[in-house]
Design a protein around this ligand. Structure first.
Ligand SMILES: [Zn+2]
Length: 122
C-alpha cells in the first residue's frame, strides 16, 4: 500500500481488544481481525496520523527555536526529535474524550470515521 507510512501487524492486539493503533507516524493493526475490515482500519488510523501532523502545528515552530536556542542546539537533539505535536494531540485526545457517551463521540475518532467505515455511535 502506498501510504508513505510504516504499517505493522501484530497478534498482540487480541488481548487489548483493538483493531488498529497509530503511533508517531506509524500504525499497527491486529492481524487476527477479518480481512474485510483491513482497509477501513488502515484508513482510520492514517487519519489519526494526519491529525498529529496537521491538526497541531507546533513542530513547525521548533526549527526556529532550534536556530535561536543554546538548549535546542545541544548535541542531544541531533539524535532526539521532540515530537511536540504527538504530545499535544495525546493530551487533546484525552481531554476531548472526557464525559463522552460513546468512544466515537470524541472529535478525533469522529473525524477518523468520516474517512473510513468503522463503528459509529447510536
Ligand atoms: Zn481511532
Amino acid at each position: 500500500m502506498g501510504t508513505g507510512n510504516l504499517i505493522f501487524s501484530s497478534k498482540k492486539g487480541v488481548e487489548l481488544d483493538y483493531y488498529g493503533r497509530a503511533y508517531a507516524g506509524t500504525l499497527i493493526y491486529n492481524s487476527t481481525m477479518p480481512n474485510s475490515l483491513l482497509n477501513g482500519v488502515i484508513a482510520h488510523e492514517i487519519v489519526h496520523i494526519y491529525q498529529v501532523d496537521d491538526f497541531i502545528s507546533v513542530n513547525s515552530y521548533m526549527d526556529k527555536l532550534n536556530n535561536n536556542s543554546r538548549f535546542f542546539n545541544s548535541k542531544i537533539f541531533d539524535w532526539v526529535y521532540l515530537d511536540i505535536n504527538s504530545l499535544i494531540t495525546v493530551g487533546a485526545y484525552s481531554l476531548e474524550g472526557i464525559n463522552k457517551q460513546c468512544y466515537y463521540d470524541n472529535y478525533f475518532e469522529w473525524e477518523a470515521n468520516l474517512f473510513s467505515e468503522r463503528d459509529i455511535c447510536d
